[in-house]
Design a protein. Structure first.
Lengths: 303, 167
């Protein structure tokens, strides 16, 4: 067990090799003209930071990097919400294991076609969470270090220690509470929400052209950042992602108010796995668990 | 004919989302059969349970419902073939989410009531009404409705002092 999970403890040479391989592959596909652009990460201005990049010129392929700072889920850039990128033509995308799950989910929802993508998978030992040196909570219990079913996979996996699964522990702690305690927990968290919708903007699955929560007449969810509307927004958000969310935890990373949003996603994923044996993002499925049914589904809760 | 009407200290508000083909007809049958049941239920008619969005349930609670009943056709009897099957999965997930948020699931009831089951409708409604009555009013969502994020905190001594110093 390793409680103080650090990304620094991972050999920097691993990231350097992955970076080299990504650059070489990006250069190759761009020069061959099989793709119009490569979606990847480039170094940020601040040392040890990274940001999403779209490279169209083979000579610029050397700007791509892979480092513990490559936290963004790039699958977002292929959704309907970012139309201008899709228009460029066939695309290559660099994905970590968790990002690939989102891509697979999007393919299942007919948002992407596998043949229109060149997927460069990168074996990811983990990326940083809040605070530069610590490893993100999702990476501590990652089961998809090595992306499967990509066109190319680069990098290699070091021997990782077993990290403390902080998120599972928190989930178990909440589940053990009484409903009133849970209500108090979430009420406190949601009261802080400023409704910036960063969680929605970053989510690869929030690609609806008009969100239910932006509609009035009839208004489903109050738009003012008041506790009532906040609670409704987060419930609706969790419900709309149930069975679709692939657990990239971008919502939680982007939240400026530190609301533990991934707990809701994790909980819904867990319930749907228990109820219908469904796990999002491992294979392209035409229909999610809430879009299909079996005649013998459990109905013990219905009188 | 009319039974003795009991006076209660608390009359819960119950919203019933029902499908027009089965439960609404079932409730109608209860009425035409002159069956007595508590008048706390407000029935909202939908074409199918598949049309009932979880947001409606949320909205009912926010606007002051103490209990919510969702009722439709028995599996296999749906007028639209599969609406209630889809609804069943959706509500199975939704009630788990509400439970995780901290809503007492005793306030939320799902049932299948066919057009021939006037008696079952009476039974379901009476049971839910009595259960919610025993639980008392549902304060959670209503308190949220009344709350402002900044109320109270806007009146801190530091802020007042800062305000006073504005020339």
């Amino acid at each position: 067990m390793n409680n103080s999970a650090q990304t620094q403890s991972i050999d920097p040479a691993l990231y350097a090799t992955a970076t080299e391989a990504i650059r070489a592959e990006a250069k190759r596909v761009l020069e061959a003209g099989t793709v119009a652009a490569v979606v990847g990460w480039q170094a940020g201005r601040r040392k040890g930071s990274a940001l999403p990049a779209i490279v169209t010129d083979p000579t610029k392929a050397d700007t791509l990097v892979f480092s513990p700072a490559c936290v963004n889920n790039l699958a977002l850039y292929l959704t309907k919400a970012k139309k201008e990128i899709r228009q460029k033509g066939r695309l290559a995308i660099v994905v970590k294991g968790c990002d690939l799950r989102a891509l697979v989910g999007l393919m299942g929802e007919n948002q992407l076609k596998r043949e229109e993508l060149h997927i460069i998978g990168v074996v990811c030992p983990g990326v940083q969470g809040r605070g530069e040196a610590t490893m993100a909570a999702k990476c501590r219990e990652c089961a998809v270090h090595t992306p499967e079913g990509t066109d190319v996979t680069v990098g290699s996996l070091p021997d990782l220690p077993r990290f403390t699964p902080v998120e599972s522990e928190e989930l178990a702690r909440l589940e053990a509470m009484t409903p009133a305690e849970r209500w108090a927990f979430w009420k406190e968290h949601f009261a802080r929400c400023i409704r910036c919708y960063a969680c929605r903007q970053l989510c690869p699955f929030c690609y609806c052209e008009q969100c239910l929560c932006d509609r009035n007449r009839p208004q489903a969810v109050e738009t003012t950042p008041r506790p009532a509307g906040n609670m409704a927004w987060h419930i609706v958000r969790a419900m709309h992602l149930a069975g679709r969310c692939a657990g990239c935890a971008e919502c939680e990373r982007a939240c400026p108010m530190d609301i533990p949003l991934n707990l809701l996603n994790r909980k819904m994923a867990k319930e749907l796995k228990e109820l219908y044996g469904h796990e999002a993002g491992f294979e392209v499925q035409e229909k999610g668990p809430l879009a299909q049914y079996r005649e013998d589904d459990d109905q013990s809760f219905i009188k | 004919m009319h039974g003795h009407k009991e006076k209660h200290a608390f009359e819960p508000k119950i919203v019933a989302f029902v499908c027009t083909w089965c439960t609404y007809a079932g409730a109608d049958l209860a009425g035409t059969s002159r069956l007595q049941y508590p008048a706390n239920t407000r029935v909202v008619k939908f074409p199918c349970t598949g049309r009932i969005d979880p947001v409606f349930i949320l909205r009912a609670f926010q606007k002051g419902a103490d209990g919510v009943l969702v009722s439709g056709c028995h599996p296999g009897d749906c007028h639209y073939m599969a609406g209630n099957f889809h609804a069943r999965r959706r509500f199975a997930a939704f009630r788990q989410l509400l439970d995780f948020i901290g809503v007492d699931l005793n306030r939320l009831q799902f049932s299948w009531v066919s057009a021939a089951e006037g008696g079952k409708w009476v039974e379901v409604v009476t049971e839910l009404t009595e259960r919610v009555r025993a639980m008392g009013p549902m304060p959670e969502f209503r308190e949220l409705e009344a709350e402002e994020c900044w109320s109270g905190a806007i009146d801190t001594p530091e802020l007042k002092e800062a305000y006073e110093t504005i020339p």
